[in-house]
Design a binder for this molecule. Structure first.
Ligand SMILES: Nc1ncnc2c1ncn2[C@@H]1O[C@H](COP(=O)(O)OP(=O)(O)O)[C@@H](O)[C@H]1O
Ligand SMILES: [Mg+2]
Length: 240
């Protein structure tokens, strides 16, 4: 099994060396859990190895994301200039957000892709034009019936569509999902954990002032289910 380093200090050791190549890992946790930082580290590792990286952001504009990354010690500016990494904002209020997203995912030959976070997408109806290369579930509507585009207000289809695009690409992906504080769910939607190859949760216990990272699922990988202590510091997440 080919693997790629996660970039998270100490994580590779507990998942047989890294994420399986071409896998999709869902990283879920409450606000402030460290999901975006996890993404920075994953792509920083890619950039270090001269891999092509894509950061799709839905919550924040790229400028804000870049400032946050830089403050933690991940200055992506020169990597952007060298075309190693691209930060793209997806405006979910635009009709064809799915199309621009899948086009980018499938056209760029990216080694690593981050989607931070999937939550706004999983809460809106789909509207899209016919898109090549992506097989979609056509139980509800066939593309021939709707040549101008289709509206599919189904949550499962949404996530399937996004994850299918990531799967059709040759990239290794990390997708984040926002959870309410104290939630025992694996994702906000309750679905993407089944569609993803791996699930990692990031949690904290405010009274103990302690953070935990747990590998809940990782395809083709023997791993512990035990929550691991972690810290966030300049340089990001470290398992301690
Ligand atoms: N330099 C730092 N040192 C220690 N902790 C930090 C630092 N920068 C950010 N943090 C912690 O990381 C949290 C933000 O992580 P982030 O990845 O943005 O969370 P999420 O994306 O899950 O909402 C902050 O709330 C703070 O607790
Ligand atoms: Mg975030």
């Amino acid at each position: 099994m080919d693997r790629i380093s996660t970039g998270i200090n100490g994580l590779d050791n507990i998942i047989e060396g890294g994420f399986p190549k071409k896998s999709i890992t869902l990283v879920s946790g409450p606000p402030g859990g460290g999901k975006s930082i996890f993404c920075f580290q994953f792509l920083w590792e890619g950039v270090k190895n001269k891999e092509k990286c894509l950061f799709l952001t839905l919550d924040k504009k790229p400028e804000g994301v870049l400032v946050q990354a830089k403050e933690l010690g991940f200055d992506f500016q020169s990597a952007i200039q060298n075309n190693l990494i691209k930060f793209q904002f997806l405006n979910i209020n635009k009709k064809f957000v799915y199309e621009s997203m899948t086009n980018e995912i499938l056209s760029g030959n990216y080694n690593r892709i981050v989607l931070d976070s999937i939550t706004p997408l999983s809460e809106m109806p789909i509207f899209m034009k016919n898109t090549e290369n992506v097989t979609m579930d056509t139980d509800i509507a066939s593309q021939e019936d709707y040549p101008e585009g289709v509206v599919l207000p189904t949550r499962r289809l949404h996530l399937r569509y996004i994850l299918n695009a990531l799967e059709s690409s040759l990239s290794t992906s990390v997708v984040t999902s926002e959870l309410p504080v104290g939630s025992s769910l694996l994702s906000r939607d309750g679905i993407s954990e089944f569609l993803a190859d791996g699930v990692i949760t990031l949690n904290f216990d405010p009274t103990m002032d302690r953070r935990k990272i747990t590998v809940m699922k990782m395809r083709n990988t023997k791993h512990t289910l035990k929550p691991q202590n972690m810290v966030i510091d300049d340089g990001g997440i470290t398992i301690v």
